[in-house]
Design a protein around this ligand. Structure first.
Ligand code: CIR
Length: 269
């Protein structure tokens, strides 16, 4: 039976799509959004899928100065009583953070805020958690100084961190993998291998998906053995169903067009 951390899947922040979304960065999965109305519809359906499945969702206002502001995952990471505020790896995205930091500081009083400083840099999208084991992508957005700061925090919390080198054809670790439960990692052939994650604890496994379903490897696991996944990735869906998950499928076309995946659009806290 798959398990999922219940403690941090009850509340999430999302952020509306900016009027300038058409200018979002896009160089991996997409070549840029083409229809902002459709993007907004898809984003609303995404937020609805979370709330219909038991997540209390708060939607922060968009900022038209930041085309990528919908991708909140990159801006903050909540780990066991700590809020890590990384220095986002792309300079154009650094100003997205303050309203998110303010919201989390207000909601999570008593949590320790850990603010990264340059030259360290990291996108939240490079952090993947499998129970108490963490992985960080070394990517164009996350450097060794950023990884060291994350490691210091995780050492303090008694959690292990492993580094995964992100191939040049991918943006982030979570762009190409996810943990739909505390014992499964989904990863695509041609980008990663089971060895990329090292030896896993007993009962855990890496499930390799076909190369062409790389985008489908990003999923959101929820309590009750549910998983949200993007529409159009039949192998991912069939394997998750065979593992006993209830699959909730949503159209992410205009989010993918700006290299965003399901997890990129929320911060669980
Ligand atoms: C970017 O390039 O920063 C955005 N267009 C996409 C960010 C996706 N975020 C994520 O994978 N965590």
């Amino acid at each position: 039976m798959a398990t999922v951390r219940l403690d941090q899947k009850s509340r999430a922040i999302v952020r509306s799509i900016s009027d300038s979304y058409i200018n979002a960065l896009a160089k991996y999965f997409g070549s840029g959004p083409t229809d902002i109305d459709v993007a907004r519809q898809q984003h609303r359906a995404y937020a609805k899928a979370l709330s219909a499945n038991g997540v209390e969702v708060t939607t922060l206002e968009a900022d038209q100065n930041y085309p990528d502001c919908v991708f909140v995952e990159d801006q903050a990471v909540v780990i066991d009583g700590h809020v890590l505020l990384p220095v986002p790896g792309h300079e154009s995205r650094r100003g997205e953070q303050p309203p998110i930091a303010d919201f989390l500081s207000d909601k999570l009083q008593g949590h320790q805020i850990c603010k990264m400083e340059p030259p360290a840099m990291m996108d939240g999208g490079d952090i993947l958690r499998l129970g108490d084991l963490f992985f960080v992508g070394r990517s164009t957005r996350t450097n060794d100084a950023g990884i060291k700061e994350l490691k210091d925090l995780l050492d303090h919390l008694g959690h292990e961190l492993r580094i995964v080198d992100i191939p040049p054809q991918a943006l982030h670790l979570t762009s190409i993998s996810s943990t739909p439960s505390d014992n499964i990692i989904l990863a695509p052939e041609g980008y990663l291998s089971p060895e990329s994650f090292g030896e896993l604890p007993d009962g855990c496994e890496v499930i390799m998906m076909p190369n062409e379903e790389v985008y489908g490897c990003n999923t959101i696991g929820l309590p009750g053995n549910k998983v949200i996944l993007a529409k159009g990735y039949p192998t991912v869906k069939a394997i998750l169903e065979a593992k006993g998950f209830e699959c909730i499928t949503i159209d992410m076309g205009q989010i993918r067009a700006a290299d965003g995946s399901l997890t990129c659009c929320s911060i669980f806290y």
